[in-house]
Design a protein. Structure first.
Length: 427
């Protein structure tokens, strides 16, 4: 059973009646906290993680919506993976007693299930989406991989459109344009596969494993490799000796690439974060204290755009994992980039609010899980929030901080199936 986005309220009611992948305890600030689906409450012993409103109020936060648990058949199931995409929140459930596992799309705004799809096995790489140009009358699509098979779903309904068993090992998330899908492989190769075919149209050989998700930037598809190279290829043809380009960093690239304001951001194990122009030349680079193995989080703020980059722990020098706040320069000729502040022991960037940046801290000696709010301009601590019980805290890009609805929202997901979304209280 699948729920279209146009009929999700009716679909949810039907789902509750047949108790198939139904949602229990879904509440939002707009419905006075009443469950969206009326089913018996879970016993107190299995109630999922939830931060009380009394705690949130003291931090200037509020609960946007809450989901108590996910039920498949007649049994509660956990969440195996969670992915926050631009469109909505997507979760992969644990298998139920008859080995059914689902990919569920939850609305960012309400927490209601838009649709779910039965899947086989699990997902190693994050799903991705593609929206066709307005001139092409085709529905948007969602892609995911299972081992070496690519599956394409209708993004609006969850209906499977096609799947393809490929003849090479897939090592990245799928990226798509109107005609092709692009993937990297453990075979050190980049691939472009037409959507209607099972074999590649072209392939490009690097000297290392490709782990970074391909990036469509300008008129190129860009691949990064463990050999330290970043290569801009022609989507329909691959390498072209006139139009293609290649840039070499000093060490392997494991991180996904990022793209903002015509800049390609490359995090490398050579202790640097690079910003490349669309022709592959270096606009600027920033030297950190250790390997940079994650893409920066880029947000537009009142004080201008910032990139927040994390350098790994440097055990040889005794330096902890460190977040650097980098004000992004304007213009193309940049002599140097400097950090405005840095913060130690940061695990990941979670979200950006009106005045605060929200980060997940590294676990302490006792294993505590802490969300820290710091002033965007200075890096000074505003408050801490204990988020024990939640296992997945995805980064909320919020359209580079430009989405007024998503700015300041924090998504907390538990393996037991509870989801709590927080937001900043309106003044």
């Amino acid at each position: 059973m699948k729920f279209s986005s146009l009929r999700k309220k009716l679909g949810l009611t039907l789902a509750a009646a047949v108790v198939t992948c139904s949602i229990i305890g879904c509440a939002s600030s707009g419905d006075s906290g009443k469950p969206a689906v009326t089913l018996p409450s879970a016993p107190a012993a299995v109630v999922g993680a939830r931060i009380p409103e009394s705690v949130l109020k003291g931090k200037g936060l509020e609960e946007v919506w809450y989901l108590g648990e996910v039920v498949s058949g007649k049994e509660r199931v956990g969440v195996q993976r969670a992915y926050l995409l631009e469109e909505d929140l997507f979760c992969v459930t644990d298998p139920n007693s008859v080995s059914q596992r689902h990919l569920v799309r939850f609305s960012r705004n309400s927490g209601h299930a838009v649709w779910y799809e039965d899947i086989e096995g699990t997902m190693v790489h994050a799903p991705s989406t593609y929206h066709y140009p307005e001139t092409v009358l085709r529905d948007p699509e969602l892609y995911y991989t299972q081992l070496d098979k690519v599956v394409c779903l209708d993004l609006d309904t969850g209906r499977k459109k096609w799947d393809r068993e490929l003849n090479f090992p897939v090592s990245t998330t799928v990226v798509a344009n109107e005609s092709h899908i692009f993937l990297g492989s453990d075979l050190k190769r980049a691939y472009a596969v037409p959507k209607k075919m099972k074999v590649e149209q072209w392939t490009y050989l690097t000297k290392g494993r490709i782990e970074a998700t391909p990036l469509l930037a300008g008129d190129k598809v860009v691949f990064a490799s463990h050999d330290g190279s970043v290569t801009g290829l022609v989507p329909a043809e691959g390498w072209d000796k006139v139009r293609s380009w290649k840039f070499n960093t000093g060490d392997r690239i494991r991180s996904d690439l990022a793209f903002y304001d015509r800049g390609i951001f490359v995090a490398s194990s050579d202790y640097k974060l690079y910003c490349l122009r669309l022709d592959g030349t270096v606009r600027w680079s920033f030297v950190t204290q250790a390997e940079v193995n994650e893409p920066p989080s880029i947000y537009k703020t009142a004080g201008g755009a910032h990139a927040f980059a994390i350098a790994d722990e440097n055990k040889l020098k005794g330096l902890p994992r460190t977040l650097f706040a980098l004000p992004l320069p304007k213009g193309d000729d940049v002599a140097a980039v400097f950090h405005s502040w840095k913060l130690e022991n940061v695990k990941k960037v979670v979200s950006i609010g009106k005045k605060n940046l929200y980060v997940l801290m590294e676990p302490g000696a006792s294993g505590e899980k802490t969300l820290l709010a710091v002033d965007i301009a200075t890096g000074k601590e505003a408050f801490r929030l204990d988020i024990a019980g939640f296992n997945f805290i995805p980064n909320n890009a919020a359209d580079f901080g430009r989405s007024s609805t998503e700015r300041g929202r924090i998504y907390l997901i538990s393996k037991t199936g509870s989801i709590q979304v927080l937001g900043e209280k309106s003044l």
